[in-house]
Design a protein around this ligand. Structure first.
Ligand code: ZN
Length: 168
């Protein structure tokens, strides 16, 4: 099968495949650090190796790439080729995300998912608002699960059973 992805698309996809230390995640890290939050990165031994771990707040953060984790939002576009391959892969990722979140919650961790589209793209939120929401989640010690995503309609929360904040 001919591979018709442009070099730019391929680079884009590979970045998502790697999944660690992506630019939105770095932005968030720097912002939280500047606000005095201390965290560990990708800690082994926790389900899903969360991107940021805040032991003091019993909380973890995942920064999810909207393509790789199958977010129903404007940043998600099916690749032009190998759709079956990608669809199976992304469905597996979504199923794993749900299992990981449940496992973390069961062991007492609070889980925040920050979707890429909240940080990047046309419908992103002002960065200060994202930081404010994250800080509120971390220090609030109330919610066991929350997700932040872009302001687009319609959007379907990838995970059920938790509060979702929609920034406008
Ligand atoms: Zn998204």
């Amino acid at each position: 099968m001919a591979d018709v992805l442009t070099r730019e698309q391929r680079r884009h996809n590979m970045q998502r495949v790697r999944g660690r230390n992506t630019k939105p995640e770095m932005l968030l890290r720097r912002g939280l650090h500047a606000r005095g939050f201390r965290y560990r990165l990708h800690r082994r031994g926790l389900p899903g190796r969360p991107d940021l771990v805040f032991p003091k707040h019993h909380a973890v953060i995942f920064v999810h790439g909207c393509f790789w984790h199958g977010h129903d939002c404007p940043l998600f576009k099916w690749p032009a080729t190998r759709q079956e391959f990608w669809s199976e892969k992304i469905e597996r990722n979504r199923a794993r995300d749900r299992r990981v979140i449940e496992a973390l919650k069961e062991s007492g961790w609070r889980v925040l998912v920050v979707w890429e589209c909240a940080l990047r793209g046309p419908k992103r939120s002002p960065f200060d608002e994202i930081l404010e929401d994250v800080a509120t989640f971390l220090t609030g010690r109330q919610e066991s699960f929350q997700e932040l995503f872009c302001a687009s309609e319609p959007i379907r929360a990838a995970f059920r059973g938790g509060a979702a904040i929609r920034r406008g």
